[in-house]
Design a protein around this ligand. Sequence first.
Ligand SMILES: *[C@@H]1O[C@H](CO)[C@@H](O)[C@H](O)[C@H]1NC(C)=O
Ligand SMILES: *[C@@H]1O[C@H](CO)[C@@H](O)[C@H](O)[C@H]1NC(C)=O
Ligand SMILES: *[C@@H]1O[C@H](CO)[C@@H](O)[C@H](O)[C@H]1NC(C)=O
Ligand SMILES: *[C@@H]1O[C@H](CO)[C@@H](O)[C@H](O)[C@H]1NC(C)=O
Ligand SMILES: *[C@@H]1O[C@H](CO)[C@@H](O)[C@H](O)[C@H]1NC(C)=O
Ligand SMILES: *[C@@H]1O[C@H](CO)[C@@H](O)[C@H](O)[C@H]1NC(C)=O
Ligand SMILES: *[C@@H]1O[C@H](CO)[C@@H](O)[C@H](O)[C@H]1NC(C)=O
Ligand SMILES: *[C@@H]1O[C@H](CO)[C@@H](O)[C@H](O)[C@H]1NC(C)=O
Ligand SMILES: *[C@@H]1O[C@H](CO)[C@@H](O)[C@H](O)[C@H]1NC(C)=O
Ligand SMILES: *[C@@H]1O[C@H](CO)[C@@H](O)[C@H](O)[C@H]1NC(C)=O
Length: 701
Amino acid sequence: MKISYLLLLPSVIGFTWPWQNNDNGEDTPDEDNDRNPYMPYQTQCPSAPLIREASNVSESEKNYIEARYEKTNEALIDFLTNVAQLNNFDAEDFINEYADDHNITIGLAFSGGGYRSMLTGAGSIQALDSRYRPSLSRALGGILQSSSYITGLSGGSWLVGTLIFNDWMTVDELLYGKGTEVPIWDLEDSIFNPNGINVFRTASYYTNIGTGVMAKSREFRTTLTDIWGRTLAHQFMPFEGGENVTWSSMTELPSFQDHNVPYPIVLANGRYPGTRIVNLNSTVFEFSPYEFGLWDPTVNSFISTKYLGTYLDGGVPNDTESCVVNFDNAGYVMGTSSTLFNQFLTRLDEFDVNALLKNIVDRILQRVERGDNDIAAYRPNPFYNSDYATVDSSLLEDEQLNLVDGSEDEQNIPLYPLIQQGRDVDVIFAFDNSGDTETEWPNGSAIIHTYRRQFAFQGRGSPIPFVPDTYEKFVDEGLNTRPTFFGCNASNLESLVAISGNEDMEATDIPLIIYIPNNNLSFESNTSSFKLTYDEEERFSMIQNGYEITSRSNLSDDRQWPTCVGCAIIRRNQERFGVEMSRECQRCFETYCWEPSEDDSNLEAVQSLADQISSLTATEDSSSTSSDSEVSSTSEPSLSSSTGDSTTVAALSTNEASLNSANSETSRGTSESLDSQSSDSGGTINNLLLLLLISFILNLF
Ligand SMILES: *[C@@H]1O[C@H](CO)[C@@H](O)[C@H](O)[C@H]1NC(C)=O
Ligand SMILES: *[C@@H]1O[C@H](CO)[C@@H](O)[C@H](O)[C@H]1NC(C)=O
Ligand SMILES: *[C@@H]1O[C@H](CO)[C@@H](O)[C@H](O)[C@H]1NC(C)=O
Ligand SMILES: *[C@@H]1O[C@H](CO)[C@@H](O)[C@H](O)[C@H]1NC(C)=O
Ligand SMILES: *[C@@H]1O[C@H](CO)[C@@H](O)[C@H](O)[C@H]1NC(C)=O
Ligand SMILES: *[C@@H]1O[C@H](CO)[C@@H](O)[C@H](O)[C@H]1NC(C)=O
Ligand SMILES: *[C@@H]1O[C@H](CO)[C@@H](O)[C@H](O)[C@H]1NC(C)=O
Ligand SMILES: *[C@@H]1O[C@H](CO)[C@@H](O)[C@H](O)[C@H]1NC(C)=O
Ligand SMILES: *[C@@H]1O[C@H](CO)[C@@H](O)[C@H](O)[C@H]1NC(C)=O
Ligand SMILES: *[C@@H]1O[C@H](CO)[C@@H](O)[C@H](O)[C@H]1NC(C)=O
């Protein structure tokens, strides 16, 4: 097979991996000319402090959003007038009248789920994009232009990153190339073997990746995530491999400078030192163009994204003359949000692989267990000894910050940044392309987890509307198969505000959520999160299906869809300023809104749910065996009304697929998905072994 062929290759043709030489020679790569473009380097520190308290959005973000409002207000007037075509409604008057008090602020959130999520999400983007002409008459064209924020995690972060770093190209341009540029999303060959059978080109691809990661590892801790991020970048970046492209450099792109893009944010979870599990107390880190950090009480600070990699103690660089830049490689950031491949690593031993390879893999796996090499290492930890946490937190005591896939806490839709009060979001489009069920369809898990987290310690203060609070209810009501609006009536959300303990908050500050789940409209889009290759037709069908999900089958399922979306968008400002809802919108809300029963939404019921969640976490906490962390191998209360081992499952599995080593039933599910993966992608497992092998040669472990 390809892998064994490659193994033999060096000895057959006298080939040496280029970095093998570099290692012995004590060459100094300090001069800038010799510096590998992937390698972080020292530069002058800025005069402003690098760290700030997470009390509000940053000045830079505020300025961006303010400038962006000029675009979104105009686009929204267009959408409401020409696409939504609301009856007896003067969009221009409405938008301008309240512009001094509150501009309508829209956020788009794209869930995790590997390429499934990226491609389905791309179809959704197309349906929201006024640059794609058919969307003006058959979908929601103009929402993309009206949005202030776009968030992604894991596979969703690939979508967001690809669009941004290709200077806000349309999905069509990405797929079919623009002028002479290479098309970006060529998924015919696996990311681990991008040139198919051509081993020479494959070797040079790995040489490029290997040399860069090796260079970084001279001064910084590198992990598998570095390699993963580099392979992702090769697929998503316009320039050869994107090795010199940093996340913060997006601010220099023309589309960003012109405020033509929604402000992008991608997420990763923090993992406490020495633990594997992430629960309701999870820490949700965000990477925005200007800042990296989190709102949670355990850290409650942000650092300038550009200066990640700088040694900071208590927020102050230990060498005030020199700060590190180029650590925030864009591929590395996307890799951090999607450390999914960890799952492969821990399961590879189940496959029939050749003895030599197995030996190597075993050795690597031992080290992975020991060294936690399945995380993204942010070392130095920017928040080391920093001052703004409001509780004791071991995250601040470690010199290394460990980040993992943004879906590991099961909040698989990146809602969290959008429910921060400082961002003033009115409406969130939540695109749920999770693979929750055995057949890889969403079952509400993602949004239910964010709903419940508002009652746990870390999530207090940023409420989201009521949703059905078990999978069964969610699925029974069919909410997993069609778009639904949550939180239509702010006056029903008072109890959530009361429980949040947030005194500055009004119920109208809680965004309305337009939830849009993955579903089969024209294509069985429930592909495995681990499917790594898509031929052109599959890719096209996935995107078209995503388009149809978002456009309600090109409006053929409901001609009123754009109107109803329009009603949802103006709803909060109507409530805020006491404007009556139209008859037309009332009918829409009857169709699309989900409301909890009075019994579930009154203060008493909410209080009791909140108590239940805190007491359950507390009990589990005390029974925890691991002592060195606050978030140890505990789990959250079961979300499933069926009893049994669902609690452990929820705690141990990621949302992507139930990859749970402690539960035999789920492991069966997993090997099935890996099996089907290897047959449909023609050797993905071998390609993964290749990746491991390269890592081994690089001596990363
Ligand atoms: C946060 O910033 C916004 C926009 O500048 C401002 O309206 C709001 O008062 C600020 N909130 C706090 C708590 O400072
Ligand atoms: C609303 O947007 C306009 C730009 O169209 C801006 O001038 C105004 O300050 C914004 N209002 C608020 C409250 O941010
Ligand atoms: C990265 O390198 C490419 C060519 O190798 C160049 O065109 C591009 O401007 C560079 N980008 C940055 C951010 O330096
Ligand atoms: C800053 O801290 C790092 C890690 O402890 C160390 O390697 C480096 O030499 C320090 N620099 C200065 C100027 O103290
Ligand atoms: C729903 O999704 C969760 C999380 O992925 C999973 O643990 C649970 O088994 C699923 N429930 C059903 C009924 O599919
Ligand atoms: C996709 O869904 C269909 C029906 O729900 C199911 O038969 C099929 O096995 C699923 N495919 C995968 C890869 O799970
Ligand atoms: C919103 O809820 C309140 C209180 O339950 C109710 O009085 C009001 O009629 C509702 N408004 C709409 C538009 O449904
Ligand atoms: C998926 O949708 C297509 C087109 O509507 C249909 O032919 C197919 O049977 C559906 N598959 C499943 C499993 O429902
Ligand atoms: C939606 O429109 C596309 C063309 O843009 C077409 O290929 C597709 O079949 C349509 N789907 C439905 C369900 O009408
Ligand atoms: C969450 O954190 C709070 C405060 O540190 C603690 O009281 C609670 O027990 C924690 N819950 C879990 C599940 O770790």
